[in-house]
Write a protein that binds this ligand. Structure first.
Ligand SMILES: Nc1nc2c(ncn2[C@@H]2O[C@H](COP(=O)(O)OP(=O)(O)OP(=O)(O)O)[C@@H](O)[C@H]2O)c(=O)[nH]1
Ligand SMILES: [Mg+2]
Length: 396
């Protein structure tokens, strides 16, 4: 069975290469690399899923959007008809935009329809966004489908099709008013969407037979103008994983040094911190933390570069940080951090015990120092790594 990778123009290898490249770079260059990658949008394939109840006009819509007519005996024209014709997702290329593919999906709304199973069945991950076509009122299965699509974090457009028939039917009534009829149809769908929490729902009224009428042009414009954003969105779904992985790798390699640094602290003549029971070499903590800051590219110089390259202000980038980097790595902030940590209470209790046994007190203090330093460094490293990840994501 085909996997989503088969449909993506960015191959797994390319992603791996990108990952390798970024992991050797400092944070600001990584921002550059990712930006460059994002800018090569043309390489990104866009997969548009077209769904809706059976016979709602999905295949007709795809043909019309691609500039084909039902009768075109083009083997690539989507099959249309009175009976349920589409059972499996089938891809159709846009003749003008080679990397835009429309996927003709099986119909929804059959008695056995379950939105979740349906999306699994059509391999929803494959699509960048959905076009939902309804040829009649807004119904329960639309609600279910939209909810489920929202859950997958994908975008969608809602289309009410066969507007020509609706207008024809309305014409039979007295006081026919085309605009009012169209407004009513739109309202029905908008309200349905709003009821399930879709903010500012946009509904397009379309006829697959009279494509130049109604909302077709605005839909076309909308899709065109959203394309870069959709493509970006596709990458944005993969990037956080890449970024997390890189930061984790860096963190792991820095973590390896913690034990030896803590050992150093314990064997050196560590000075007791006023108000704190354990003797910790604060200078050493400060030094190591400064190292982390630079290693993750959160130093002033790097932040400035990230800000210039991303167009996001330094204040904004700083605002997503929560570690000690934000307030400044000083002796004072380090002592503050130590006092805040859960070490404080337990160590105090231990100190009382230790003072009863002065002989081994020194050794125990050394041991405590070792534990306190490794605990603190691990905690600081974890928080700085988290900051680095957030800054990188905020710069996108
Ligand atoms: N009046 C009118 N008829 C339409 C329109 N769009 C499609 N139809 C007709 O509706 C019927 C079903 O259209 P299809 O495009 O095959 O519908 P589908 O959603 O692909 O159907 P399945 O593949 O069976 O799920 C066909 O007879 C179309 O000619 C439209 O905008 N107006
Ligand atoms: Mg069809």
């Amino acid at each position: 069975m085909a996997t989503s990778e088969d449909y993506s123009v960015i191959t797994q290898e390319e992603l791996e290469d990108l990952k390798e490249l970024i992991s050797t770079q400092d944070l600001s260059s990584a921002v550059d690399t990712i930006k460059h990658f994002l800018d090569q949008q043309d390489r990104v394939e866009l997969n548009i899923a077209v769904t809706g109840e059976s016979g709602s006009g999905k295949s007709t819509f795809i043909n019309a959007f691609r500039g084909l007519r039902d009768e075109d005996e083009d083997e690539d024209s989507a099959e249309t008809g009175e009976v349920e014709t589409t059972k499996k997702p089938k891809a159709y290329k846009h003749p003008k935009y080679e990397n835009v593919k429309f996927w003709d999906l099986p119909g929804i709304g059959t008695p056995k329809f379950k939105a979740h199973e349906y999306l699994e069945h059509v391999q929803f991950e494959r699509y960048d966004f959905f076009i939902i076509i309804a040829s009649d009122r807004f119904r329960k299965y639309h609600t279910d489908l939209v909810k489920e699509i929202k859950r997958t974090k994908k975008n969608f457009y809602f289309i009410r099709s066969k507007i020509d028939s609706s207008i024809d039917a309305a014409k039979r009534r007295k006081n026919f008013n085309e605009k009012k009829t169209l407004d009513n149809i739109r309202e029905d769908c908008v309200n349905g969407l709003r009821e399930i929490g879709v903010e500012d729902p946009v509904v397009f009224l379309i006829s697959g037979w009279y494509f130049n009428k109604y909302d077709f042009n605005s839909l076309h414009e909308r899709i065109k103008s959203d394309l870069p954003q959709h493509k970006r969105h596709v990458l944005m779904l993969t990037l956080p994983n890449i970024i997390t992985e890189i930061i984790e790798r860096k963190k792991k390699s820095l973590e390896k040094d913690i034990l030896s640094v803590a050992f150093l602290s314990a064997s050196a003549a560590a000075v007791p911190v006023p108000g704190l029971s354990v003797a910790v070499d604060i200078g050493l903590l400060v030094n190591e933390t400064l190292k982390y800051k630079t290693a993750f590219g959160l130093d002033d110089e790097s932040l400035k570069k990230i800000s210039e390259r991303s167009g996001k202000s330094i204040e904004f980038l700083m605002s997503v940080m929560t570690s000690v980097v934000r307030e400044g790595i000083t002796t004072a902030s380090m002592i503050h951090l130590l006092k805040q940590s859960s070490l404080y209470v337990t160590e105090e209790a231990v100190e009382r015990v230790v003072s009863f046994i002065p002989m081994i007190g020194q050794a125990v203090a050394g041991g405590l120092s070792f534990l306190a330093v490794s605990y603190m460094l691990k905690k600081i490293l974890k928080e700085i790594a988290e900051d680095a990840k957030n800054v990188l994501l905020a710069s996108m």
